[in-house]
Design a protein around this ligand. Structure first.
Ligand SMILES: [Zn+2]
Length: 472
């Protein structure tokens, strides 16, 4: 006869208010005649390391019934059962998991700030250019990729934006827009991204006579086909451009709202910040606000904290694109905060998400190098930070690479990557039930499983080493 925990039925999710809870039915055989059947509910803390538990029902059979202190037995039993199901992983143990590129790629990730026209495959640009736009600076995929990267990496946003004339140049037909969107979804799948919000401005795709509606429909078709084939969820963000007239921004805002039932999830203001404050585009933001829709604004990237303040308090943004200059509102010493202004307190206290893009910030010259980047200050002091790619082609990056860079530069563990990913999913513009579903059905079980596998591998390696040592 097998003693101990013989059966557990786990994973039944409890819905509604208790969505974070999991019900575990356990059978515990104490001896031939004594057994315990119990239902234990575990409550997971969203960002913490601990699992709380509660006993929902318990049936004790056999000699145990006469036990004089059932309360104590119940407690010990419950603790033991939950311990078996959810071994506590300490941060010391997690530090031993080596964050390689291969491991980070396997982790389920969420990407909120990625430009569709900044992530084309070099080969696709070459093929599409043969049909639409014959002149490219290079016709070999590798050389072309290098050309984009070297052009972007000049420490200047205006230079950085030049490469877009070629990517946008080939995205002028329904076929090209569909293809670029579909391939982006495939690239996300390969990179381990489970939910992506991609963005672009239809304003630049009318050269062959497409209407704004046709442009958005083509991209959405590509994203939907990609979602079906690669099982990646998506949301599309429509960008207005700060350097174009405010009337065009209002048109983009109306377009975004019109397609909200087809996969558009929000509205963004992009482009060079210097000399183009977001408040010039009031009408567009007010249209979004009056329609109860969602806003993110590139701000605090190439211009100071005033740009962030305007985006928040004049334009009603829900997220901040980049936001590094929020650091101007924080006084620090050795990465510890000494004093904060009211703006940075507001951003932290209201949980305003920051869409940080490390490589892009260095390439555009917004930051001289990663040592000066305020990411660790924001992250370690409770800001809602997310990590993003911005432009994968121009910055020669992927979300995996961005996490690898962050892990190496700021000593992150796998638990930090999980937290940044949960931050991103909580900040996504998709509906709340969808966010919860991805967090509790995909992200949390995904990280738990991968962490367990990695720790098992470490234990096995340790055991093997120990036994070899004994043989000697
Ligand atoms: Zn951007």
């Amino acid at each position: 006869m097998k003693k101990g925990l013989t059966e557990t039925v786990t994973g039944k999710k409890l819905y509604g208010e208790k969505r974070k809870a999991t019900e575990n039915k356990c059978h515990f055989q104490l001896s031939r005649s004594a057994s315990i059947q119990a239902t234990v509910v575990t409550f997971e803390q969203l960002e913490g390391m601990y699992t709380f538990f509660a006993l929902r029902s318990i049936e004790i059979a056999g000699e145990f019934v006469s036990y004089r202190y059932p309360g104590i037995v119940t407690f010990i039993f419950t603790a033991y059962t939950v311990y078996l199901k959810s071994p506590m992983i300490t941060s010391d143990k997690l530090k031993k998991i080596k964050l390689t590129e291969e491991l980070i790629r396997k982790l389920p990730k969420v990407l909120l700030h990625d430009h569709l026209d900044g992530g084309l495959r070099p080969n696709t640009i070459i093929e599409l250019s043969q049909q639409h736009n014959p002149s490219l600076p290079e016709n070999d995929p590798e050389k072309l990729a290098r050309w984009f990267h070297e052009g972007a990496n000049r420490g200047n946003l205006t230079e950085y934006l030049k490469g877009f004339s070629y990517t946008i140049g080939v995205m002028q037909t329904e076929h090209a827009l569909h293809r670029v969107a579909y391939e982006m979804m495939e690239d996300m799948k390969k990179d381990g991204v489970v939910y992506v919000e991609t963005r672009f401005s239809p304003l630049y795709h009318t050269k062959s006579g497409l209407s704004y509606d046709q442009i958005v429909e083509s991209v959405l078709r590509g994203l939907k086909d990609g979602a079906r084939t690669f099982n990646v969820k998506f949301g599309l963000v429509i960008c207005a451009m700060r350097n174009l007239p405010p009337s065009s921004s209002l048109e983009m805002a109306k377009l975004a709202v019109r397609f909200r039932e087809q996969g558009v999830v929000g509205f963004d203001l992009a482009g060079d910040e210097l000399g183009y404050p977001p408040k010039d585009h009031f009408d567009a933001f007010h249209h979004i606000q009056r329609n109860n829709f969602y806003i993110t604004i590139h701000s605090g990237e190439a211009f100071g904290k005033e740009s962030i303040w305007q985006a928040l308090q004049f334009c009603g943004t829900h997220r901040i694109g980049h936001g590094m200059h929020l650091k101007d509102d924080i006084m620090t010493e050795n990465n510890e905060i000494i004093e904060m202004g009211y703006l940075s307190r507001y951003v932290r206290d209201r949980r305003i998400p920051l869409e940080v893009c490390l490589s892009s910030n260095v390439h555009t010259g917004a930051m001289p190098n990663l040592r000066y980047h305020p990411f660790p200050i924001f992250y370690k002091n409770g800001f809602r930070v997310t990590l993003n790619t911005d432009n994968r082609l121009m910055s020669n990056t992927t979300l995996t690479k961005e996490f690898l860079i962050a892990a190496r530069s700021y000593k992150l563990t796998v638990k930090d990557i999980e937290k940044l990913t949960l931050n991103a999913m909580k900040s996504a513009f998709t509906h709340f039930p969808e966010r919860l579903r991805i967090i509790y059905d995909v992200l949390k079980p995904g990280y738990a499983q991968i962490m367990k596998n990695e720790l098992d591998k470490l234990d096995n390696a340790h055991r093997q080493k120990h036994s070899e040592h004994q043989k000697i």
